[in-house]
Design a protein around this ligand. Structure first.
Ligand SMILES: Cc1cc2nc3c(=O)[nH]c(=O)nc-3n(C[C@H](O)[C@H](O)[C@H](O)COP(=O)(O)O)c2cc1C
Length: 267
């Protein structure tokens, strides 16, 4: 076959495409365990920080040390709709995100309640209880919802009153760098600390404001400063908080916890 023949050109293109696709597939398959390990480590890092268990020498901490801290947390699975602990599910192996894609372990969210624009959600959630001796210090709850371009995943830690925010973190998002990604700025996330979700009448008042929140204003108890150039993402965050702390999210579980305070031993 001559070098100028169209058949040879097609053959070469086909051979190059085949080799490239094999290389990409092998790389994707062989890197998958590393990606999964990284995802688990990344989430553990965010949770340990929210639990206020990150040592001061965090940079010197090995991955193993961090995972040891994470594994000491009181991890549990809850049944979101029943508002109770799901004692038959193992918190170490239960994966809420996988469950959300499993028809047997997830529910469709009716459009009129789907303010976080999720479509479906898992019936169960991984939560983490943080103890100070025998006293509940914090509870860490997973949250997710639609931003401008992507599904945003994070956690909120509540203080023992189950109303005051102890911290927030967003560990995965695909918003625009410099705009929507500002939700990951530590200084902005620090503004969530001490804000409350509900007022005395049980109304869910928390939200990201549309501007700066004056410290002396009545709103300062419930609202966090806006992010410049990122109103769409910020409004997605307000909506996802309203979904997850509303009656179709964690409200039944938090009501149950107030009535039946958990103890460290009943895990
Ligand atoms: C290419 C492009 C990407 C954008 N990405 C985001 C984003 O990730 N999050 C966001 O809230 N706004 C994003 N915006 C801006 C929104 O369209 C909107 O102008 C902005 O949220 C309004 O915020 P402001 O009220 O603070 O000006 C983007 C705009 C453009 C043109």
């Amino acid at each position: 076959m001559s070098n100028d023949s169209p058949q040879k050109a097609i053959l070469v293109v086909f051979a190059v495409a085949l080799v490239c696709s094999v290389v990409v597939s092998v790389a994707a398959i062989s890197l998958r365990p590393y990606q999964l390990a990284h995802q688990i480590f990344n989430r553990a890092q965010h949770i340990v920080k929210l639990a206020d268990l990150m040592p001061t020498n965090a940079e010197a901490l090995s991955k193993k040390d961090l995972m040891d801290i994470f594994l000491q947390l009181d991890a549990r699975v809850i049944d979101i709709d029943a508002g109770k602990f799901a004692k038959n599910l193992n918190p170490v192996t239960f994966d809420q995100r996988k469950a959300a894609a499993d028809p047997g372990r997830s529910v469709t969210i009716p459009a009129e309640h789907d303010v976080a624009r999720l479509g479906r959600r898992s019936r169960f959630a991984n939560v983490y209880l943080v103890w100070d001796g025998g006293q509940l210090k914090r509870i860490i709850l997973p949250i997710h919802g639609q931003g401008m371009w992507s599904t945003i995943y994070g956690y909120i830690a509540l203080q023992a009153d189950l109303n005051t925010i102890a911290g927030v973190t967003f560990y995965e998002q695909g918003e625009t760098p410099g705009l929507g990604t500002q939700i990951q700025l530590p200084d902005w996330q620090a503004k969530w600390q001490g804000r409350q979700l509900w007022d005395e009448n049980g109304e869910l008042r928390f939200r990201i404001a549309t501007g700066r929140v004056a410290a002396e204003s009545a709103a300062a108890r419930y609202e966090v400063d806006a992010l410049s150039g990122a109103t769409v993402t910020a409004s997605g965050i307000t909506s996802l908080v309203h979904y997850w702390f509303g009656e179709y999210g964690f409200q039944p579980f938090l009501t149950y916890l107030r009535e039946m305070p958990p103890s460290r031993a009943d895990n």
